[in-house]
Design a protein around this ligand. Structure first.
Ligand code: IPM
Ligand code: MG
Length: 356
């Protein structure tokens, strides 16, 4: 296949981890005879420094013209706790999601057998966990209007808005994902309090008859927060609105033992974006110590979800699993003893793919 990838390394460790992912994608292209081109763009603090805008028009055009977008991380401490900063890097991410229509965020939650000890949770609770956290990404409190302050500045407000259309398109994806897996879909909401949640339930219930082999269940978000830690194996596909999904997906990451290995896919109407779920980890920037596995696994999701190339995706996942088993990993997930640098891990995985 002929594939165009827009590469947005972003801030902090973004460039280093993206570099490893690019090597891996290059090796896959060679092995499976794909023509893959990479075009780079700026986003986040890097883009503010150069253009005064965290999501410049150039970058937007680049994304629109690509078959898939590979994203590193966004955020720079110089903008944190600085109320005077007019633009923040994170605004770039939100604008990108909105303008590209990336309405669904897919985060797989799995426990890697060789990393079980890294999780603070007990082995018997997390062994064999395998679920998907599906988060709505362009609605709810993040984007609802009005948002702001009263004239005297002493009152602030955010608005949670969801339309039936927005709910339907993400629920459809939820039902489809569940149908391909264990056929259980859990809608997480706060329908005992929120009007938006009640519309989610009503919409989901109406759709359920079109998916007779998927079991749809409902769960309040406070209860879900508890069950994710107490009994994570009960979940197959968990679908929820934007803010609940933001919180629950971070919580879920504890199961895997490290934020450093978790990938994500953001699915739009015409665009696809893939990114590690961790942030820009500024303390580690430039030190060649950041874990590249989440970004490399994000490329596996790219081959699967954007290109429908499952052998390519499986080979990347196999290489990553092998690197973990062999202990060719960065310090955050290494067991006592030797650890490897970001680029050494990337090189090892690239070589594994080439030699396979
Ligand atoms: C995420 C992040 C973002 C979000 C921030 C950086 C705006 O936490 O992708 O989960 O809240 O969506
Ligand atoms: Mg988050």
């Amino acid at each position: 296949m002929n594939l165009k990838i827009a590469v947005l390394p972003g801030d902090g460790i973004g460039p280093e981890i993206i570099a490893q992912a690019i090597k891996v994608v290059g090796a896959i292209a060679e092995k499976f005879k794909h023509e893959i081109s990479f075009t780079y763009g700026l986003v986040g603090a890097a883009a503010i420094d150069q253009y005064g805008n965290p999501y410049p028009e150039e970058t937007h055009q680049l994304c629109l013209n690509a078959d898939a977008i590979l994203f590193g991380a966004i955020g720079d401490p110089k903008y944190d706790n600085n109320p005077k900063a007019k633009v923040r890097p994170e605004q770039g991410l939100l604008e990108m999601r909105k303008r590209l229509g990336l309405f669904a965020n897919i985060r797989p939650v799995i426990s890697f057998p060789s990393l079980i000890e890294k999780s603070p949770l007990k082995r018997e609770i997390i062994e064999g966990v395998d679920f998907i956290c599906l988060r709505e990404l362009t609605g709810g409190l993040y984007f609802g209007k009005p948002q702001g302050r009263s004239e005297d500045g002493k009152t602030a407000y955010d608005t949670c808005v969801y339309s039936e259309y927005e709910i339907t398109r993400i629920m459809k994806l939820g039902f489809e994902l569940a149908a391909k897996r264990q056929k259980k879909l859990t809608l997480v909401d706060k329908a005992n309090v929120l009007a938006t949640s009640r519309l989610w339930r009503e919409t989901a219930q109406n759709m359920a008859k079109d998916y007779p082999d998927v079991l749809l269940e409902y769960m309040f978000v406070d209860n879900a927060a508890m069950q994710i830690i107490q009994w994570p194996k009960r979940f197959d596909v968990l679908v929820t609105e934007n803010l609940f999904g933001d919180i629950l997906s971070d919580e879920s990451s504890v199961i895997s033992g490290s934020l450093g290995i978790l990938p994500s896919a953001s699915i739009g109407i015409e665009n696809f974006l893939f990114e590690p779920i961790h942030g820009s980890y500024p303390q580690a920037a430039g030190k060649n110590i950041a874990n590249p596995l989440a970004t490399i696994l994000s490329t596996a999701m790219m081959f699967e979800y954007a290109f429908n190339l499952n052998s390519e995706s499986s080979l990347i996942k196999e290489a990553v699993e092998k690197s973990i088993v062999e202990g060719i990993v960065t310090e955050d997930i290494s067991k006592i003893g030797k650890s490897f640098s970001t680029s050494e891990v990337g090189d090892w995985i690239t070589k594994f793919i080439k030699n396979k």
